[in-house]
Design a protein around this ligand. Structure first.
Ligand code: GLU
Length: 381
């Protein structure tokens, strides 16, 4: 088993981040697996200088260790670039890449009658999309109405030549596709069986933003695949993202991406492991079948809210590790409190992470899947 901690270095960790990190640590360590640390620093405007070091220092202070060197997304831009380039070469007949039974032979590359590009430039502004989209369901997704997917090749080409500002989107099966093609299913260790309709609940998502930055959905899919991650633990606000990440992962596999082994896991710099695109044929088809949701376990966690119902966020400064450490709080108190939030122990009490291992099971976490409320002023006084 290989798990990962994937903090965004946008500030000091708060109690919600510690709770998620502890769950990821327990999930992997209880199974004698490897835990990797990936610093998700591609959203440059949101990165706070030194936050990566604060996070690593706080994890160490808490007793949450990881294996190998930290992997920085900002050092992996060439991988995301390669994925985008491979995707730009792919066309697709609008069906699925891999149904439950996995029929990857449906994929076509630069061939096939009604083939459409897998990824396409999108020239819409946020305002355009907001006006034309289905209502937002609350976790930040705006379902793209597909405007630029319908542009002709000529129009696309001429707007690109004019240098029009654009993002890149990955196409998903549209609403007219058979349900078996549109719906992504996976089993969540906490929230149980999940199914998301790619057409109705996700839409064509951005994989490269119009400011040139790679989008979270692409970066995380490439990384989890190449780092060989087999257990993903994170907040339930990312449940829906899992569906699109599985979709992206299938295409990455079809393009010859796969786990890169020890070189990457140990943080060494690997330049060009996948030597170009393997033709979509038997080999890639096998890769697609082997590397779908079955090989990755997901555990999405109830969220932690402040007592006033607001989501805890780094910017709220709520119970951040800096404040707690200044107050002289014992790391075991923080760990025990988070273990109690997870449902691993019945009452908050000081605990070492290792002492929690015999008590940990996903069943304990699943017993109560409602979001947790934390009264910032009442704990760790
Ligand atoms: N970097 C994300 C965060 O800190 C986590 C993303 C993920 O686990 O996929 O919220």
């Amino acid at each position: 088993m290989v798990g990962r901690l994937a903090p965004s270095p946008t500030g000091r960790m708060h109690i919600g981040n510690v709770y998620a990190a502890l769950a990821a640590w327990l999930g992997v360590r209880a199974a004698n697996g490897r835990l990797l640390l990936r610093i998700e620093d591609i959203d440059a405007p949101r990165v706070v200088p030194d936050a990566d070091r604060w996070i690593m220092d706080d994890l160490t202070w808490l007793g949450l260790d990881w294996d190998g060197e930290a992997v920085y997304q900002s050092q992996r831009l060439d991988r995301y670039e390669l994925a985008l380039r491979r995707f730009q070469e792919m066309t697709w007949d609008g069906g699925t890449v891999d149904g439950v039974d996995g029929n990857a032979d449906d994929m076509s590359r630069d061939e096939g009658g009604a083939a459409c590009p897998l990824v396409y430039p999108c020239f819409c502004s946020r305002a355009d999309i907001r006006t034309a989209s289905a209502p937002n369901e609350g976790d930040g997704f705006l379902i793209y109405p597909g405007t630029c997917r319908r542009l002709s090749d000529e129009e696309r080409q001429s707007r690109m030549t004019c240098g029009d500002r654009h993002s890149w989107r990955i196409a998903v099966p549209d609403a007219s596709a058979a349900a078996s093609d549109r719906v992504v299913r996976f089993d969540d260790r906490v929230f149980g069986p999940q199914s998301f309709d790619l057409a109705r609940q996700l839409g064509d998502v951005v994989i490269r933003r119009s400011d040139g930055l790679f989008a979270y959905q692409l970066a995380v899919s490439v990384d989890d695949l190449e780092m060989g991650v087999t257990q993903i633990v994170r907040g339930r606000d990312l449940l829906r993202s899992t569906a699109i990440q599985l979709w992206i992962r299938r295409w990455l596999c079809a393009c010859g991406f796969g786990a890169m082994g020890e070189d990457l896991r140990d943080g060494r710099d690997v330049r060009e492991p996948a030597d170009g695109l393997r033709t979509v044929g038997a080999e890639a088809a096998a890769a697609v079948r082997g590397m779908t949701s079955q090989s990755t376990e997901f555990a999405h966690l109830p969220l932690i809210d402040a007592a006033d119902g607001r989501r805890m966020a780094k910017r709220l400064n709520s119970l951040d590790m800096g404040t707690l450490r200044e107050r002289g709080v014992d790391p075991r108190e923080v760990v025990g409190y988070c273990a109690w939030l997870l449902g691993v122990i019945d009452e908050p009490q000081p605990m070492e992470p290792h002492d929690l291992l015999p008590m940990f099971s996903w069943r304990a976490v699943t017993a109560d899947t409602s979001d947790r409320r934390v009264n910032v002023d009442e704990v760790f006084r």
